[in-house]
Write a protein that binds this ligand. Structure first.
Ligand code: HEC
Length: 162
């Protein structure tokens, strides 16, 4: 009898250790769609620092260029906005990415990429074309430039100025 119990215990231990391995990383459920962690932190900083005095709608009511956001930040700081340097940097990055505006006729590829959501390489196509053929008159001219990521640009149309 005792031996039967012992064998049973040993057998179940064996089985327990032989459980199939957990599914590989790639097979597991993907994290839910949503803003990446960095962006969530940026938004948190925005809510904390800029939400202290007024509704965030006030902040997000209009798109601005980097220079305009810089000015707005300085103005808010002079009005009493409080935050760490990291928080202000995070807020700037967030505002430029989601509420930015960029002039494709003067901006560098990096500046275009950060506002319009293109890769640097895709933005480089715009800059190269501009250098060779001159400034773009309007969105239509921009979207006709060969190799330009038109679909992505359409999504950010209101962020682009000429
Ligand atoms: C200490 C209070 C305070 C904080 C904190 C604050 N603001 Fe303001 N904000 C104001 C006041 C007061 C006004 C209205 C002043 C005006 O319209 O000239 C305003 C207006 C604005 C406007 C619209 C007017 C304009 O100048 O463009 C924007 C955009 C804005 N704030 C952005 C921000 C951002 C971004 C932050 C966070 C970095 C922030 N605010 C944090 C007090 C604050």
């Amino acid at each position: 009898m005792r031996i039967t119990v012992l064998v049973f215990i040993l057998a179940s231990t064996f089985v327990a250790f032989r459980r199939p391995p957990a599914p590989a990383q790639g097979a597991q459920a993907q994290p839910q769609e949503g803003p990446p962690a960095k962006e969530a932190l940026q938004k948190e900083a925005l809510q904390k620092v800029c939400g202290a005095c007024h509704a965030l709608e006030r902040v997000t009511a209009s798109r601005r260029s980097r220079a305009q956001w810089d000015e707005t930040m300085d103005k808010m700081i002079s009005l009493g906005a409080k935050g760490t340097e990291e928080e202000f940097a995070a807020i700037m990055a967030y505002l430029i990415r989601w509420y930015g505006r960029v002039n494709v006729n003067v901006a560098t590829a990096g500046e275009i990429a950060e506002v319009v959501g293109l890769s640097e390489k895709e933005a480089e196509v715009i800059v190269k074309y501009r250098r060779e053929k001159g400034k773009f008159d309007d969105f239509e001219a921009l979207s006709k430039a060969p190799g330009v990521a038109v679909e992505k640009l359409k999504k950010s149309r209101d962020a682009i100025s000429f």
